[in-house]
Ligand binder design. Structure first.
Ligand SMILES: [Zn+2]
Length: 151
């Protein structure tokens, strides 16, 4: 009867927390000519930047602690997201103000990878399973445990 009533043969449960932040960016590769930058990045190359309301979903996988019924302390996760993501990125210009993105084009892909690297070592109970970052309601990027994300 082990695991009866729970999906799967292990007791892995996934918990997701969502936060939203606003930030500005533009796309520019210093190794491209001005023409190449315009061709590859289009209007996203405008050096004055533009803004997005990003929506971040962070999923932690683990077994619920039998004494609390929780995979992890949700208040603690909220605090981690506040410190690692909101304080770093909310109302920032991602090209200039986030040291972890220095030297990278701040695409949704690169931002999500940076968020993974920031969060992964901070999750002490359960494991970081997925970082999903929406740049708009129509576009999101996933970084998953096991698809190459490394701290
Ligand atoms: Zn953009």
């Amino acid at each position: 009867m082990e695991g009866a009533g729970l999906p799967g043969k292990d007791r892995m449960i996934r918990v997701t927390r969502k936060v939203e932040f606003s930030a500005a960016h533009f796309y520019h590769n210093p190794n491209f000519s001005a023409d190449e930058n315009r061709r590859v990045f289009g209007k996203c190359n405008n050096p004055h930047g533009h803004g997005h309301n990003y929506v971040l979903e962070v999923t932690i996988a683990g077994e619920p602690d039998p004494t609390t019924g929780m995979v992890l302390d949700l208040k603690e996760l909220k605090d981690i997201l506040e410190t690692e993501v909101m304080e770093r990125m909310d109302h920032r210009h991602l090209n200039y103000e986030v040291p972890e993105l220095t030297g990278q084009i701040p695409t949704c892909e690169n931002i999500a990878a940076v968020i993974w690297k920031l969060l992964e070592p901070k999750i002490k109970s359960g494991k970081l399973d997925r970082v999903r970052l929406y740049e708009s309601p129509e576009l999101f990027v996933d970084v998953n445990a096991g698809n190459g994300a490394r701290a």
